[in-house]
Design a protein around this ligand. Structure first.
Ligand code: FDM
Length: 216
């Protein structure tokens, strides 16, 4: 049986990731699963949710980073099962967010290599979309921005730089790469972005699917 594709959508806060993952999932249904990280429903996810939403709930940056990674490992076997059963998995955030957000904190010792370590061995996506909005004021005007930890323009700027550092380290960015597609979504309608994603996904689906997994 052909294995399914793991299609990941990454980006800064409020760039439309969740809308786009949902639209793509709807198009691939019923042969698809949607997974969002952090998954706030698990025990570990509930702790993460508390950290993100309650300002007086403090944890060392290292612990928070390991919780986000542990949250991915919680779902890793399920993920592999879906893909081997031929289902496509559409994913909202993953390892790249994990490294970009944690390393943007500039906590001593938490460089890219340190941040990647606990995620080593997780399945790599077959396609990775990065939604980039070059106009941060556009992002910050989106509904709900500022409600959670990390949602300040200054921090988002650092995270953006870190995302590109991660892409340089893991995906050879800016050299052409089969996996990574950076989409500039500034001033683009939801439909236009969805169409662009869908045409790239269709192109990938038309090709012979990779049989082997690659891992971080
Ligand atoms: N985030 C998300 C991290 O800091 N590390 C991670 O590994 C992941 C998956 O959590 F600010 C951050 C990114 C964001 C916050 O994400 C919650 P959503 O997509 O807004 O729920």
């Amino acid at each position: 049986m052909k294995r399914g594709l793991l299609i990941l959508i990454e980006g800064l806060d409020r760039t439309g990731k969740t809308t786009q993952t949902t639209l793509l999932f709807e198009k691939l249904k019923p042969n698809a699963k949607l997974i969002k990280f952090p998954d706030r429903t698990t025990c570990i996810g509930q702790l993460i949710d508390k950290y993100l939403t309650e300002n007086d709930f403090e944890l060392p940056d290292q612990s928070v980073h390991l919780l986000f990674s542990a949250n991915r490992w919680e779902l890793s076997q399920e993920l592999q099962r879906y893909l081997l059963a031929g289902k496509h998995v559409v994913m909202d955030r993953y390892v790249y967010s994990g490294i970009a957000y944690s390393s943007a904190k500039e906590t001593s010792g938490m460089d890219l290599e340190w941040c990647l370590r606990p995620d080593k061995g997780l399945i790599k996506p077959d396609l990775l979309f990065f939604l980039l909005n070059e106009d941060p004021s556009d992002t910050s005007s989106r509904r709900g921005f500022g409600n959670e930890r990390y949602e300040t323009l200054q921090f988002q700027d650092k995270v953006k730089d870190q995302f590109f550092n991660v892409f340089r380290a893991l995906e050879n960015y800016p050299k052409p790469n089969d996996r990574l597609r950076v989409l500039n979504v500034a001033n683009c309608s939801i439909e236009k972005v969805a169409q662009e994603i869908w045409s790239i996904v269709q192109e990938k689906l038309a090709k012979e699917p990779p049989s082997e997994f690659t891992f971080f």
